[in-house]
Design a protein around this ligand. Structure first.
Ligand code: SF4
Ligand code: SF4
Length: 339
């Protein structure tokens, strides 16, 4: 499956360079050069799309390509002369070239309303709307550092929302409704009870069912994952939250979890203007204020969260204050703060 140039130089790469947005060269100890053209993809793709990219790989790359961990496509070339014709051809097909260096590369995202049964929002729709708005940052490398944006349609967080510079996360806002009639037939009650992180569920032996203490429920939807007789999806109340400041790399600072910035934005298909606007503002605020090489979380940690909320003009509410296990570790235990 590996291109011959990779097989021959496996483990012997000396250095690499980004020649321009979307184009990389890796040079091996033997002097061999491998060129990579990175192309954006919507992740959810048809077999016709796959056949199209296979044809391009046959034409310019001896049939070799790969997908990246953020679902971009990389065409692997050993012939430098094929780079520009390949780029012209993928662009003619409407595919963007970029996603390298200090850019906004593809958004890691989930199933949404296309395929999952627990989402509080859609994935592909929002990703398309956000990437349309931030498209210039995919094709250029003018940001202070990498900006990783990801989306999960419920707080199972399939993917990378918990560790991204900006994360879009679907949330529920009402306690689930129980169908007592069929719960005993469909659900294993001890598992349902054990699924609740706040112990809001207890047995209801009379009905051979369970009951939910609504004041203890924070609408995670975990019980619904365990039990189809507990329904939490609610078109009126399901919504979006935005999180910031996560990263996975160890470069400069340790990896960080993303934290809540905006607790509520409406689900507004098909273009989610409120979400798009909020994400764009956060990207531009960070880009205008961060030092070169400083990720979103590093910038916020340097200026302080109170300053971040002030600059972002975001209201700080009770929703931002952790009240779960280990909440105390997130409180300020110093007199150091900025007015
Ligand atoms: S994040 Fe939740 S709703 Fe989305 S695919 Fe994963 S489990 Fe399904
Ligand atoms: S939605 Fe979450 S918090 Fe609420 S009852 Fe179900 S498992 Fe517990």
């Amino acid at each position: 499956m590996l291109p011959p140039i990779i097989k021959e130089n496996y483990g012997k790469w000396k250095y690499h360079e980004i020649l321009k947005p979307g184009v990389l060269v890796h040079v091996s100890e033997s002097g061999a050069e491998l060129y990579t053209v990175r192309v954006g993809s919507p992740r959810l793709i048809s077999i016709y799309f796959i056949r199209d990219i296979c044809e391009i790989a046959d034409k310019y790359c001896d049939g070799y390509l790969r997908f990246t961990s953020r679902n971009n496509i990389e065409f692997l070339l050993s012939n430098k002369d094929n780079i520009e014709p390949l780029i012209a051809e993928v662009k003619a097909k409407g595919l963007p070239v970029g996603g390298t260096g200090n850019s906004i590369t593809n958004m890691v995202h989930t199933q949404g309303w296309v395929h999952c049964h627990t989402p509080a929002t859609d994935a592909s729709g929002i990703v398309k709307a956000v990437m349309d708005e931030l498209f210039e940052y995919f094709e250029t490398m003018k940001l202070p550092a990498k900006m990783r944006i990801s989306l999960a349609c419920c707080l199972n967080m399939c993917g990378a929302v918990h560790c991204s510079d900006i994360a879009i996360l679907g949330i529920h806002r009402k306690a689930p409704v129980i169908n007592h009639e069929n719960l005993k037939n469909f659900c294993e009650i001890p598992t349902v009870i054990a699924s609740c992180p706040t112990a809001a569920i207890r047995p209801n032996p009379k009905l051979k069912s369970v009951e939910i203490k609504e004041e203890r429920c924070m609408y995670c939807g975990n019980c619904y994952t365990m039990c189809p007789s507990i329904q939490i999806i609610d078109p009126e109340n399901d919504a979006i939250s935005i999180w910031v400041g996560g990263k996975v790399s160890n470069a400069r600072s340790t990896p960080m979890f993303s934290r809540l910035a905006i607790p509520y934005l409406p689900n507004n298909p098909p273009r989610w203007p409120e979400v798009v606007d909020a994400v764009k503002k956060l990207v531009e605020l960070w880009a205008a204020n961060a030092k070169q090489g400083e990720r979103m979380g590093e910038w916020i940690e340097r200026i302080g969260w109170e300053k971040f909320f002030q600059l972002a003009e975001l209201p700080f509410t009770d929703k931002h204050i952790d009240d779960f296990t280990y909440a105390v570790t997130t409180f300020r235990s110093t007199t150091q703060f900025k007015w």
